[in-house]
Design a protein around this ligand. Structure first.
Ligand code: GCU
Length: 618
């Protein structure tokens, strides 16, 4: 016994040591796996993946819940090897995916199994798939999102790792994929970490898992891995941008066509595989909420063809005005969490987004703030089609560790991945770099860098953030120094809920330190759908509706208010909301309950939007 115990004790110690290393440095681990070369962290990032032919790997995946990271030991129980016991073998294996239960992908694990509702930790996914790799082609495993840290193996080979729960990543599988039967194993750890983005505390539930589509994408050896096309702001008469062709010889011919508009441009790549694109926008219908016109864009480079559905519009500021296609606009919006209506859990299918954006349209809104992280791409694709303008945000939320360079790197990576995915969406007009962060010099320096990074990555859109305001019930000040780095100032306030009463809203005076467009990015109060009483009784629909009446009155007194996104469209799951019989684990500030019941305040806001009675374009 003792001999064996020492062996397993040794294995356990090894487990702990390696588990510590696991998330620290992939190269260390790859050293354990002699076959695989040093593993970069998701270098290639495909674009317009949903427009490419791909083999979907959505469906039922086997799973193993692994709170002790047992399977990542590299020892006897190395789950990444996906070993199957051969008949008659007496090998000691303490896992078997084939006999393990299954769970749906895409989907958070929490709302699929009652026992997993509040589970945070390590979780293994495994499935097999048939595949016919094509000669002279590259194969990527595309992961729409995996919350929070993930490691990906194919046929026992480590392909890549990723950190960040709301952005896509692509793992090169060209060398690992084989003809016929293949195994893919993904370890996802949803543990919240202090140096994470987001950090430990959030007012939303930390749904874990492979929450968005997974597919295998095959592309020619040299392929279009990036492009950017936009309408020039100065004249709105030219489409400008570039294409990048990965693995292309210099001089590779490329072309861009908008067949419907009979617009064409071509060129050749330079030594870096890049080519500038510049074509006339003659006769183009510009994209706007009233006419969300999308064009099929066909891009060719060598053997590769990539198409996309894109709208063309300009967005800019002029003093305190926001100009869409050169004309002042007012943004009638609402905040949304990526919480699925009725079934709850992460949004991951067309029905979810159709329901949510359907309510947005019914409200008479032309704008949504997708809080507090990049949402499923279905949301921005449908916003493009429905003519709904979008504020997209990365989860630099509350007190992330602003004094750490590695935390800055994580936030920048998420911005990069978010922009890379959605800069082809005309609906997306604002990149938000943060929400309700503490006003101190370290944070302001961190976020001023983020704003500069976003302006460099995408000079065609506007940068914003949701700022806290200071002051009392008499005077509120919007003078956070971060405002200097922003194009549009978002501000959150909860007068009438966290402070004062709905009536006290009427006497608040606003002092604004910036001649920039203002968006009220959050106000609101909670109500349990169906709970009725007097306007001064908290948690009732009457109280919430009364609060909206007073807020609308107050906000209309702010001359440079160019938009509003009240908190929030639908009730959502939050672990910090536990009032029995009312909240029961949900934040009830929704205008609609999670079961689709519209509360009285919904109709107050709808009336204001339909009568164009909130905020002014200039
Ligand atoms: C905050 C925060 C939200 C939160 C809301 C609330 O301002 O940005 O994430 O849910 O207020 O308190 O309901």
């Amino acid at each position: 016994m003792s001999g064996k115990r020492t062996a397993s004790h040794l294995a356990a110690t090894l487990t702990a040591i390696i588990a510590f290393l696991v998330w620290a440095d992939p190269c260390t681990l790859s050293a354990q796996q002699p076959a695989a070369a040093a593993v970069p962290i998701a270098p290639t990032l495909l674009v317009a993946v949903d427009q490419r032919t791909a083999q979907s790997l959505n469906g039922d995946w086997h799973y193993i819940v692994d709170p002790y990271d047992n399977g990542i030991s590299g020892g006897r129980n190395d789950y990444s090897l996906d070993e199957e016991l051969r008949a008659g073998s007496n090998k000691l294996l303490e896992y078997d995916f084939a006999k393990s239960p299954t769970i749906k992908v895409p989907g958070d694990w929490n709302t699929q199994k009652e026992s997993l509702l509040y589970y945070e930790g390590g979780f293994w996914y495994e499935r097999h798939f048939q595949y016919q790799p094509q000669a002279r082609h590259r194969t990527f495993l595309h992961i729409g999102a995996a919350n929070y840290r993930s490691r990906v193996w194919m046929n026992g080979q480590l392909l890549c790792t990723h950190e960040g729960g709301f952005t896509q990543f692509d793992c090169e599988a060209t060398k690992a994929v084989k003809v016929g039967e293949n195994s893919v194993v993904i370890f996802v750890d949803s543990t919240r970490i202090a140096d994470g983005v987001p950090t430990l505390n959030t007012d939303w539930w930390n749904y874990g898992g492979l929450t968005r589509d997974i597919s295998l994408v095959t592309v020619p050896q040299s392929f279009i891995d990036d492009f950017e096309l936009h309408l020039d702001r100065a004249t709105r008469s030219r489409i400008e941008g570039y294409m990048h062709v990965e693995g292309a010889q210099a001089g590779t011919r490329v072309s861009v066509d908008l067949p419907e508009a009979k617009l064409h441009a071509d060129g050749v790549t330079d030594v870096a595989g890049r080519v500038a694109i510049n074509l006339s926008a003659q006769g183009l219908t510009l994209w706007s909420p009233d006419s969300p016109k999308l064009y099929r864009v066909v891009m060719k480079a060598g053997d590769d063809t990539l198409t996309d559905e894109m709208g063309f519009r300009t967005i800019e500021t002029s003093g305190s005005r926001i100009l869409l296609n050169g004309r002042p606009i007012v943004l009638h919006g609402i905040c949304i969490h990526s919480e699925a209506p009725y079934r709850t859990g992460r949004v991951n299918n067309d029905q979810d987004v159709t329901t949510l954006l359907g309510w947005v349209k019914d409200l008479g809104a032309n704008f949504v703030r997708l809080a507090h992280y990049p949402h499923d791409q279905r949301m921005t694709r449908l916003a493009d089609k429905m003519g709904i303008l979008v504020w997209s945000e990365v989860p630099v939320y509350w007190a992330v560790e602003f004094d750490r360079e590695d935390v800055y790197t994580k936030s920048q990576q998420q911005l990069h991945e978010e922009i890379r995915r959605d800069r082809d969406k005309a609906s997306v007009i604002l990149w938000s770099i943060a929400n309700e962060t503490p006003n101190n010099p370290t944070r302001t320096a961190f976020l001023t860098r983020s704003a500069a990074f976003v302006h460099q990555e995408d000079p065609t859109r506007l940068v914003t953030a949701a700022l806290l305001v200071r002051g009392d019930l008499k005077t509120k000040y919007i003078d956070d120094p971060l405002g200097n780095a922003l194009d549009v100032i978002g501000f959150n306030e909860y007068v009438g809920w966290y402070e004062g009463t709905p009536e006290s809203v009427d006497t608040v005076e606003w002092k604004v330190a910036y001649d920039k467009p203002l968006i009220n990015s959050e106000f609101g109060g909670e109500a349990k759908a169906g709970l009725h009483g007097t306007v001064d009784q908290r948690w009732t629909e009457e109280y919430q509706a009364e609060l909206y009446r007073h807020q609308i009155g107050m906000l209309n007194k702010i001359p440079q208010l160019r938009g509003v996104t009240p908190w929030i469209l639908m009730d959502f799951r939050s672990p910090v909301r536990n009032l029995p019989g009312i909240q029961d684990g949900y934040n009830r500030k929704g205008l609609v309950s999670d079961q689709g019941q519209k509360k009285a305040a919904y109709f107050i806001l709808q009336k204001a939007y339909k009568e164009n009675g909130l905020g002014q374009a200039e």
